[in-house]
Design a protein around this ligand. Structure first.
Ligand code: FEO
Length: 167
């Protein structure tokens, strides 16, 4: 049975993952309607990935005797000044997600919930990849600068540039 504080921390994490999915979906729509089809595909896949992170947490909470939250979400921004702004915002968001996951892990240790602690290690590892991906894409965008031809290639090749299939 989950400790009440752990259940509540996991439900907060569920909300954060759901909000991530929602935010990346809005970014994908912006990219698709502004001519960045490769980036849009990448972001749609990333939104799906975040939904999977949310579902994995939900199933765990329910299996351990808690009740998963199905939280209301905040409307994400729909307009972006460009790809650099989007990926900077993704990096900031993922850094916040990492801090939140670390806080859950901390709580597991202080309440001696080693089962949840073990479960959360998957998220700890995942965050290393997510932050690295955002940094890698920002580095590439810095190289592209204002070169429209390079930006075209960036958008075409983003799935391989990001060092991930997007899944
Ligand atoms: Fe599921 Fe990108 O954190």
């Amino acid at each position: 049975m989950l400790h009440e504080q752990i259940a509540s921390a996991l439900n907060e994490q569920i909300k954060l993952e759901a909000q991530s999915s929602h935010t990346y979906l809005a970014m994908a729509v912006w990219a698709e309607t502004n001519g960045y089809d490769g980036t849009a595909s990448f972001l749609y896949e990333h939104a799906e990935e975040e939904r999977m992170h949310m579902l994995k947490l939900m199933r765990f909470v329910n299996e351990r005797g808690g009740v998963a939250a199905v939280p209301p979400l905040t409307a994400p921004a729909l307009d972006y000044a460009g790809l650099e702004v989007i990926f900077q915002s993704i990096l900031e968001h993922e850094t916040q997600v990492t801090a939140s996951i670390n806080a859950v892990v901390d709580q597991c240790l202080s309440l001696k919930d080693y089962t949840t602690h073990n479960f959360m290690q998957w998220y700890v590892a995942e965050q290393i990849e997510e932050e690295a991906m955002a940094r890698k894409v920002l580095d590439k965008l810095a190289l592209v600068g204002g070169d429209r031809g390079a930006l075209y290639l960036f958008d075409r090749d983003i799935l391989s540039l990001a060092g991930t299939s997007g899944a």
